[in-house]
Every structure is written in structure tokens, then in C-alpha cells.
Design a protein around this ligand. Structure first.
Ligand code: PLP
Length: 364
């Protein structure tokens, strides 16, 4: 029997997701390139050209010294980009003779690092050393400096943390990595499309960053799956390349084999449509909304973590949180239980007003 056509959820009450409604051009481009495979560029050359355009766009956002020739690719998401950054650093550390036969290679990251680094460490057989944050949820450079040693292949800084939207002191962390002979990676998976419009130091222009994660399928308003990995030098990607006997192209640096051309085409189209003015406007509106929501929650007596990027965390009691979920609000909590609202482009001021109306009703 024919079932009714299933409908995806509406974005109306989605307040904690880092994904959003894709731009209409990006949606159309994704559909057009759905049956292409950028993993085989000699066969699917049109999508390979689009990938080069997308990488140039991402590199422009991240102030890469040479955007037109930047090394990088459109990943399946931030997770793949982070895994590949760890893998590249591990391989390069080994090649340079570091810790051969010696201690296990390690990666030093702040406690705020995304859980994809735990996956990376497990898959790649490296030790993940997480170090404590300062009292404003940023990586503490002293703690990072104390954790690195000769077996450190990579230091990670987060530019827009998943829980609190914090930006680590990127130049300081880069200096620590350099001193330790380690590579330096910036995870701007979520923050990368907002940070160009702030005065935070986070990009290739701000520090000697080796690799950087920046996801079009988050604030970039591209459809899933579209993450991004960028590298300062080709060598970082070369360290990932393996031979591909049955393809016309010699080698492949991606983690996935066959992958969706939809992500690549969607990312290129979103950046064509929105960089820079559309993204600037989205970032400004999101920042205003986050500040407004933070004030509204503080007025109601909640402890609010001051939003640095458009992400608001507030200490809302568990029964209130549960009632908001019951009312249909897709909200989530930080590791320590705070309510978390991510002001993505689909989150409007009127949705936030409706959310607060429900909160007030629940509190009565
Ligand atoms: C979302 C996110 C990731 C993971 O990206 P996926 O696209 O979900 O794989 C990694 N790092 C940060 C900072 C993120 O916000």
C-alpha cells in the first residue's frame, strides 16, 4: 500500500541545531549535481570544477594566503575534516622522523574540542590530550603549553566552540605548536562563516595555521553533506593521498571514496549567492538576536553565558527544559546541563518571541 509522503521537520522550532535551511540556489544546485561523484574527478569533471570553486571560496573566507591555489576539499562534514587534519599531522610527524618507535603520537586539544577529535584519536591510534579551559570556556594557553611534548603532532584551537561559541586564543596556541614542532589546526566548523565579520583572530591571516575546518553545511547555508578542510601547504593534503589504481586520477586525499556531488555543488552555489553581503547580513542579524535573547533570559533571572558568537547558553532548570521540549522546541543542553540556543539563519526574532512566550507560560 502506498504510504503518505513523509515530510521533513519544519525549521520553525529548531533552536539548537547547527544546520539550517539551505539557500534556494544551493538547494537547486545540490539537486542538479545529485548524481555526480567528486571522488572520481576524471569522470565527473564538472563537479570537480565546482569543488575547486568551493575551495577557493572557503579559502577566501579564511584569509588563505593564496585562495586560488589553496589545498583543500569539500568533506562530508566537520568530523571528516577534523579526522583528516589529525591524520595529516600524524603522517607528517612520522615522516619527519618524530617519535619513530618511541612514545605514542599525541594531539593536544582544549576540553571544548568537538567529539570528532575523540573519533579521530580512536581511528588513528593517537592519544588525545584534552586540557582544561580558562574561566570563560576558552583554551588556556598555559595548560596547552604544559601538555605538548616531542610526540605532539598537532595542537587544536577551536574558533567557535560547539557548546558556548567561544574562540580560543588562536595566535597564542599557534606559537605553542610552532615551539613544540607540532602542526596547528583551527576548528572553525561552525564559526567560520560568522568570524570573517568579527574582529576575532582565527584565520590563516592571524596565525601560522596549518589546517582549518570550515563547514558550508552549518552557517554557510549549504545543504548537508558539505564540510570543508583547508591547508596552508599542499604538503598537508599530499600526506593524505593514497594511490587509486582503478581511477584515471592518480591519487585520492579524501577519507570517503564515492561522495555526494550535491554537497560540493550546494556549497559552491551558497557561497556564490551569499559571500560576502548575504553572510554579513546573516551574521549581524544572528548576533543581534543572540544578544537580545541573552538579555531576555537574564531579565527572567537565569544565569546566561554571554554570547560571543550567536550561541546562547542559560542555566534553565531541568523541568522547564523538559516542558520546552514537550512544547515542541528542539533545544539541547551543554555537557553541564545549560539550555543552548544557536541563532542560525532560520531562527527568526518572532520564533524567539514565541519561545519566550512558551517559557513564560511554563514558568507560571
Ligand atoms: C559541528 C562541529 C563539528 C562536526 O561537524 P559535522 O559536520 O557534524 O561532522 C566539528 N567541530 C565543531 C566546532 C562543530 O561545531
Amino acid at each position: 500500500m502506498r504510504q503518505p509522503e513523509p515530510e521533513p521537520q519544519s525549521f520553525d522550532r529548531v533552536l539548537s541545531s547547527m544546520c539550517t535551511e539551505p539557500h534556494s540556489d544551493a538547494r537547486a544546485a545540490a539537486e542538479r549535481f545529485l548524481a555526480t561523484n567528486p571522488g572520481d574527478p576524471a569522470t565527473y569533471d564538472a563537479v570537480a570544477d565546482l569543488e575547486a570553486r568551493a575551495v577557493e571560496g572557503l579559502a577566501t573566507l579564511a584569509d588563505h594566503p593564496d585562495p586560488e591555489n589553496a589545498a583543500g576539499y569539500v568533506t562530508s562534514g566537520g568530523t571528516e575534516a577534523n579526522i583528516q587534519a589529525v591524520r595529516s599531522a600524524r603522517n607528517r610527524h612520522r615522516e619527519s622522523g618524530g617519535t619513530r618507535g618511541g612514545p605514542e603520537i599525541n594531539v593536544v586539544a582544549p576540553e571544548s574540542a568537538h567529539f570528532s577529535f575523540t573519533k579521530a584519536a580512536e581511528v588513528l591510534g593517537v592519544e588525545l590530550r584534552t586540557v582544561p579551559l580558562d574561566d570563560d570556556y576558552r583554551a588556556d594557553p598555559n595548560a596547552v603549553a604544559a601538555a605538548v611534548d616531542d610526540a605532539t603532532a598537532l595542537v587544536v584551537g577551536v574558533a567557535g566552540s560547539t557548546e558556548y561559541g567561544r574562540v580560543d586564543p588562536i595566535p597564542e596556541l599557534a606559537a605553542i605548536a610552532e615551539e613544540a614542532g607540532a602542526r596547528f589546526h583551527v576548528d572553525a566548523a561552525w564559526g567560520g562563516f560568522v568570524l570573517p565579520f568579527t574582529d576575532h583572530a582565527w584565520s590563516f591571516a592571524d596565525a601560522p595555521v596549518d589546517t582549518l575546518t570550515i563547514d558550508p553545511h552549518k552557517f554557510g547555508q549549504a545543504p548537508v553533506p558539505a564540510g570543508g578542510l583547508l591547508a596552508r601547504e599542499d604538503a598537508a593534503l599530499d600526506a593524505l593521498a593514497i594511490d587509486t589504481p582503478y581511477l584515471e586520477t592518480r591519487s585520492q586525499a579524501t577519507l570517503t571514496g564515492t561522495r555526494s556531488g550535491a554537497g560540493v555543488a550546494g556549497a559552491a552555489a551558497a557561497m556564490d549567492a551569499l559571500w560576502p553581503d548575504g553572510y554579513r547580513e546573516a551574521a549581524a542579524r544572528a548576533a543581534d538576536d543572540a544578544d537580545w535573547l541573552a538579555d531576555q533570559l537574564a531579565d527572567r533571572g537565569y544565569d546566561v553565558v554571554d554570547p560571543e558568537l550567536p550561541l546562547v547558553a542559560a542555566d534553565v532548570p531541568e523541568p522547564t527544559f523538559a516542558a520546552l521540549r514537550d512544547a515542541g522546541w528542539k533545544v539541547s543542553r551543554t555537557g553541564t546541563g545549560e539550555l543552548r540556543v544557536v541563532c542560525m539563519p532560520h531562527v527568526t526574532r518572532s520564533a524567539l518571541r514565541a519561545f519566550l512566550d512558551d517559557l513564560d507560560r511554563i514558568r507560571r
